[in-house]
Design a protein around this ligand. Structure first.
Ligand SMILES: Nc1ncnc2c1ncn2[C@@H]1O[C@H](COP(=O)(O)OP(=O)(O)OP(=O)(O)O)[C@@H](O)[C@H]1O
Length: 941
């Protein structure tokens, strides 16, 4: 019935608390709890397998995924707190059966048991059991006299010494007691404490095994030392499930189970005989005892660096899952192994550990990742999981990939992860088991460890105290196989059953073939074992071929009622299981070696230990950090250098600009001064000329004055001259521009030439005035230019100073420069004024000179001058008429002359003043314009 399949993949993890122990499959047992035979034996009722989530704080996703780089490793120090005083529980653990690890500094022997095999295990066991034997209650023994068995394995064992089967669990090897402190475990103790096992000789928990039975189990008498050694690495146990139905007398008569002698005897016709194993657990043995005898030491060895595999094999419904997972009240191999793993970590403070766990199932020959969670496909629908394949490499052996691995740091976390996988595992109700496992389930715990430095580093950082040594990697595989079963009615169950049976057959074939593999016909090993015929055997290849310690727990049910065993051929099925167990015990030869501490340098990234990968990653990150820091420093240095250079360049630029401005200013100042000097030179020459002319004939003086008329002061001779001819005195009053142009005055030039009296013609005077004006204009333009430059430079410097870092000092410098320029301008103005005063003084001197001449002379020169003036005025009269007001004089008496001045000296002064004012006013205006007008609006006059 397909509806019975319970792929729990889609079930969301419970949000409530999880039980303290892993959850077994919930099964509605077909047996009534009331029908349990020995309620006081500690065996849980089937109903006890119901999962209780009530007390476990389950938080989905609490476990970290392997890809997380920052997962701290597990170490004893990491356990929260220490053991509370007085609360620690001492457990006596005998680990002598497994190969002993070498002490520090010693090499691992080639065979883990080679050294321990030489130790008299019996004496050790006796010593250990001295105290406990007394407390061992006598077990009900159903041992009958052994008889020859027709089963290969069983016969072989029986033919030798049935009382001394070898076992790595309690055989040779030094025993060792360790104190296990569980008080600070985050995993709560199972409600049914292993200490409380009522029927076995355990001094504390079920950790002290049946030392009294060791003699009977030794197999060394049968085998050579070497074989014995290797055989000790393989433990095969048989567990008998209690009947749930009424007692079947016939069955009871056919089978005898002697746990003490590790023997199952079948009295039937086919296959009858004694079957002896390393352990035989009768119906009264609980899970704790089963774990202690089958897996405890193996788990410890795994923690020490060996690979270990524990698997349960048997018919459907015989108790494989019950043994592996257990119940909340009776935890099975998996939760007890987890407890011991963390106990070991706490006991080993000198090493640090990292645990990662994966959980897969092989369902219908397909591998599913039980931890991957539901895959969301198109449209939010659950999609198919990525196909998981089996690969093999020399380092890791056969492994499934891609498989999610979760790093776990506490027992609770690990149990939660496994519980999550259990939820996803396929179970279904079958004819024989209401919650039958339809797949083989494999829990794999990878243990990585490496040695710590003796103490914390100086910095107090424990992590930095890690010796950069090798990492030891070992794997513990805990496998709950699906049970072999007969053809079911339902098609889906049939399909599942056929895959299960096929894989189990292959397993049987491989295990059977191992015998031939040991000793080939030609002395060579036959390597053609059908490992690849099923995913299960392929996955178990490493363990079966001897690379790991192996513990096989075969479950049987001999009581017929109420179960599959009730079927007619249940005896055959049970015998098949026993035969498989015997073959496994005889054929599997383990030469497991303790993993070396690999330095992790070799191999690809995937095959490296995670601790190594983390270490490399940390180193890489550290290197990157340092490189980044160096680069940052370098960049900073370069930036600083670039900034410095830019600042320097900017400073240079500023200096250059300032220098250019200064040069320009100096050039301007030079030009202005040069022009001024030229101008003054001209003035001086005029004065000199005036002086020279003073010594000459009076008639030529005017000419000389006129010829040197280049300045407004030179206009005075004309004024003097005009004093005789008043008509001409009004000429300059109109405007300086109203002087006739040289062209217009050409007549005057001619008249001067004609007169030949040495006086400057008006045209020459006008030219001289114009030249003087041009000089002044140039000078003004120069001043304006200078002012403009000063303003520009101050403006640019001001803007630069805003952007500059040293703005304050630059501002001060700029202001100082402006003030300097202003004072320079003031100085120039003062100089100009000086010069003006000089000119005025010269003009005044000349005026006095002229006046003196005018007063001291007779009328001839004056009349001559007047007539001449009148003549010359003939041409200028028109001009005056054209530009000035018409004179009201009579036409007879000098009709072109202006009215005679009442005070000719006053006229001269006025004219001089007017000219001075005009020039000064122009200079001032120009100065004002240049200071007020925007630079772009300054126009040259
Ligand atoms: N030793 C035992 N004591 C008490 N009950 C047991 C014991 N072994 C098995 N049972 C019960 O028998 C039933 C079947 O057991 P379980 O599911 O473990 O069998 P199985 O071998 O795993 O079967 P399958 O192969 O079909 O998964 C369960 O209800 C379980 O509780």
């Amino acid at each position: 019935m397909s509806g019975n399949t319970l792929p729990r993949r889609s079930i969301a993890p419970p949000t409530g608390p999880l039980p303290s122990l892993p959850v077994p499959k919930q099964r509605s047992s077909n047996a009534s709890p009331a029908s349990l035979r020995t309620p006081s034996s500690g065996l849980p009722s089937p109903s006890n397998r119901a999962v209780s989530y009530s007390n476990s704080p389950y938080r989905p996703g609490a476990a970290k995924h392997i890809t997380s780089p920052s997962v701290p490793t597990i170490a004893a120090e990491h356990a929260a707190g220490g053991p509370a005083p007085g609360k620690s529980l001492r457990k006596v653990v005998s680990i002598g059966a497994f190969p002993q690890p070498p002490k520090h500094g010693l090499r691992t022997p080639s065979s883990p048991l080679a050294s321990s095999a030489s130790i008299n295990g019996d004496s050790v066991d006796q010593r250990l059991s001295t105290g406990s034997k007394a407390s061992i209650p006598s077990r009900k023994s159903s041992l009958k006299k052994p008889r020859a068995s027709n089963i290969g394995g069983g016969r072989g064992l029986l033919s030798k010494s049935p009382l001394s089967p070898p076992s790595f669990l309690n055989g040779n090897g030094s025993a060792e007691s360790v104190a296990v402190d569980t008080s600070h475990l985050s995993l709560p103790s199972p409600p049914q404490s292993r200490n409380s096992s009522p029927h076995r000789s355990r001094s504390t928990s079920a950790t002290t095994i049946e030392e009294g039975d060791d003699e009977a189990r030794g197999r060394k008498n049968n085998k050579t030392d070497g074989e014995s050694t290797n055989k000790g690495n393989v433990v095969v146990s048989v567990r008998v499930r209690p009947d749930v139905g009424p007692k079947d007398g016939q069955q009871d008569r056919d089978w005898d189970v002697n746990g003490k002698r590790h023997m199952v005897t079948y009295h039937g016709r086919d296959g009858g005989g004694d079957y002896i194993y390393d352990n035989v657990f009768d119906t009264q043995d609980n899970n704790a005892r089963v774990y202690d005898a089958t897996a405890k030491r193996l788990v410890r060895r795994v923690m020490e660096g060996y690979h270990g595999t524990v698997f349960a094999y048997g018919m459907t419904g015989t108790g494989k899952t019950f043994s592996m997972q257990g119940t909340a009240t009776s935890p099975g191999v998996i939760p007890l192994a987890i407890t011991d793993i963390f106990s070991y970590i706490r006991e080993t403070p000198y090493r640090e550990f990292l645990l990662r766990v994966s959980y897969l199932e092989i369902y219908n020959e397909k591998i599913n990742d039980l931890l991957a969670g539901p895959v969301i496909g198109m449209g939010g629908q659950p999609g198919p999981q990525e196909e998981i394949k089996l690969r093999e490499d020399s380092k890791r052996g056969v492994y499934a990939t891609p498989l999610k691995e979760e790093i776990v740091q506490s027992p609770t976390q690990l149990l939660r992860v496994i519980s999550r996988g259990d939820q996803a595992r396929r179970v279904a109700g079958t004819q024989f088991n209401s919650r039958s496992s339809r797949s083989h389930a494999v829990v794999q715990i990878v243990v990585e460890s490496r040695e710590r430095a003796p103490g914390p580093s100086l910095a107090g950082d424990k992590r930095s105290a890690i010796i950069p040594g090798g990492v030891r990697v070992s794997t513990l595989s805990l496998i709950d196989l699906a049970g072999s079963e007969k053809a079911a009615d339902d098609k889906e169950r049939r399909t599942e059953g056929s895959h299960i049976n096929k894989s189990l057959l292959t397993l049987g074939a491989v295990v059977g073939g191992l015998a031939g593999n040991k000793t080939g016909k030609d002395g060579k090993k036959d390597n053609h074992l059908p490992y690849r015929d099923s995913k299960l055997t392929r996955l178990l290849q490493g363990a079966l071929s001897g690379n790991s310690l192996v513990s096989i727990l075969c479950t049987i049910q001999i009581g017929a009622s109420g179960s599959v065993a009730a079927s007619s051929n249940h005896a055959n099925e049970t015998l098949n299981t026993l035969k498989f167990a015997s073959r496994a015990k005889n054929n599997i030869v383990s030469h497991a070696k303790k993993a070396d501490d690999s330095l992790g340098a070799g191999g690809d990234a995937g095959s490296r230990a995670l601790l190594d990968r983390y270490r490399l990653e940390i180193q890489d990150l550290k290197r990157q950090l340092e490189e980044g820091k160096k680069k940052e420093d370098k960049d900073e240095e370069e930036d600083e250098f670039r900034r410095d250079r830019e600042e320097e360049r900017a400073r240079e630029q500023q200096d250059k600009q300032r220098h250019e401005e200064q040069m320009l200013e100096m050039q301007l100042a030079r030009t202005a001064l040069k022009e001024r000097i030229e101008h003054l030179n001209r003035l001086i020459l005029s004065s000199k000329s005036l002086g020279v002319n003073n010594g000459r004939a009076y008639s030529s003086m005017s000419l000389q004055r006129a010829s040197t008329f280049s300045h407004v002061s030179d206009f005075r001779p004309m004024s003097v001259r005009s004093s005789a001819s008043h008509a001409t005195l009004e000429v300059p009053r109109a405007s300086i521009q109203s002087f006739p142009s040289p062209v217009e005055g050409s007549e005057e030039d001619d008249s001067v030439g004609e007169n030949g009296d040495g006086l400057a013609s008006q045209g020459v005077q006008i030219q001289a005035l114009q030249a003087d004006l041009a000089d002044r204009n140039r000078y003004i333009a120069t001043l304006e230019k200078r002012l403009l430059q000063a303003r520009r430079s101050s403006h640019s410097r001001l803007s630069m100073s805003i952007n500059s870092r040293h703005g304050d000092s630059e501002d001060g410098g700029l202001l100082a420069t402006i003030a300097e320029r202003d004072s320079e301008i003031s100085t120039l103005r003062a100089q100009l004024e000086d010069k003006e005063r000089m000119i005025t003084a010269l003009t005044a001197a000349r005026k006095r000179n002229d006046t003196a001449h005018d007063v001291g002379s007779d009328g001839s020169p004056g009349s001559r001058r007047t007539s001449s003036y009148q003549r010359s005025e003939g041409s200028s009269v028109n001009i005056l008429h054209a530009k000035g007001p018409t004179s009201p004089t009579s036409p007879n008496s000098a009709p072109f002359l202006p009215p005679a001045p009442t005070n000719p000296g006053k006229n001269i002064e006025e004219m001089t003043r007017m000219l001075d004012e005009m020039i000064t006013g122009r200079v001032d205006r120009a100065a004002r314009r240049s200071s007020l007008m925007p630079a772009t609006e300054v126009r040259r006059p």
